[in-house]
Design a protein around this ligand. Sequence first.
Ligand code: 4FD
Length: 242
Amino acid sequence: MKFDILTLFPEMFEPIKQSIIGRATQKNLLEINLINIRDFSQDKHKKVDDTVYGGGAGMLIKPDVVYEAYKSVKSNTAKVIYLSPQGKTLSQEKIKELAKNENHLIILCGHYEGIDQRVIDKIVDEEISIGDYVLTGGEIPAMVLVDGISRYIEGVITEESTAEESFSTIGLLEYPQYTRPEIFEGEKVPEVLLSGHHKNIDEWRRKEAIKVTYLKRPDILKQANLTDNEKEYLKQLENNRD
Ligand code: 4FD
């Protein structure tokens, strides 16, 4: 996957060059290019913004500068994504779809000043929001999108780690996990996990997943595929909620 990120603040992307994503770019599994929109200013003072027609506070990013930056990276197969609070809310499904179907994403980061609407209408294919809150810029949302998609690119992380949405785990949160020491601050690891009895361990983990989902995200539990025994267990949880 190739990501071309159009931004006025390329320095903000240092964190994504680290860790797993950084390793994946070094292994050529991903390509992440940062394009400084300011480099495409025709102006002798590298000006990128101007006052708003019709009046009002603040400045707007000029359309021609964004368009020149876009033209420097555009390809026939690229999809252009604009991160904005007005976009459709990002979901795990959307992330998987983009990872599977796209090979070149051009990500446009706006900021509080905003961008002239004409260039948005001209180049943007899809407007995405990472959630219902407002930030000073689209850079952090862009990193969220790149990180989320990169997990699904083959070789970036182990395949087991992306198998989180199987038939049996849809609608369920993860069961709790434990490592050494066996006793931490007086708290023991659940006995069944030390038993080596794999059937009992699997059953316990399923029940714990159902319990944690019931307590924290009851809204997603209707999508879960539960056995008759597990439905019975869920009824018990519901009846004991006094
Ligand atoms: N919720 C998000 C994206 C960007 C952003 C901006 C228009 C403001 C939140 C375009 C207005 C970009 C999000 C920058 N805040 N701020 O995904």
